[in-house]
Ligand binder design. Sequence first.
Ligand code: SF4
Length: 212
Amino acid sequence: MLKVNEIFYSIQGESSYAGLPCVFIRLTYCNLRCTYCDTEYAFYEGEDLSIDEIISEIKKYKCNIVEVTGGEPLMQKESFELLKRLCDQSFDVLLETSGSISIEEVDKRVKIIMDLKTPSSGMMEKNLLTNLNFLKSSDEIKFVIADRDDYDWSKQIIQKFYLAERCSILMGCVFGNLQPVELANWILQDQLNVRFQLQLHKYIWDPVKRGV
Ligand code: SF4
């Protein structure tokens, strides 16, 4: 059984899949407490569902893209089996993870979207850098930027660990803290080889609305 906070159908907003319809499975619990967290309701709330029940729920949607998110989905050991079972069913499976728990055992068919927590998150020391060894070229690393310090730190980390040569890099703003135009200008000024992104769902719907 897994504790599931919500299952919903929406527009993927934070990866190279941005803009595509996607079924989201939001699992309960998180081991981090980022300053800008917008899903605190996923820390404890949820209902126990078996993997079969989860799969039968997502099959109600005519959608082949499924994202497992949280909270921190890898906090529940059964999430590794869920990811495998979703791949076995031929879903295009995305995993959004904070990067603080080992991804070594994640099924290799899964596209991993992994955060590297920036200084303003307050959780930078939780970055498990050994995870960089397990990323595939098809995976993505995401930096969430609140200010210039976060941006400069991210730029340094990208260079230090040759991240652009390992996989795709995503950079987005903390909604309401940094104007997208500022981040876009910094990226262009530095000619950074990263994908700028917006949290699309926050522009389409009310930014505090759940289940979108
Ligand atoms: S890792 Fe994600 S869910 Fe957990 S506290 Fe940070 S932003 Fe919130």
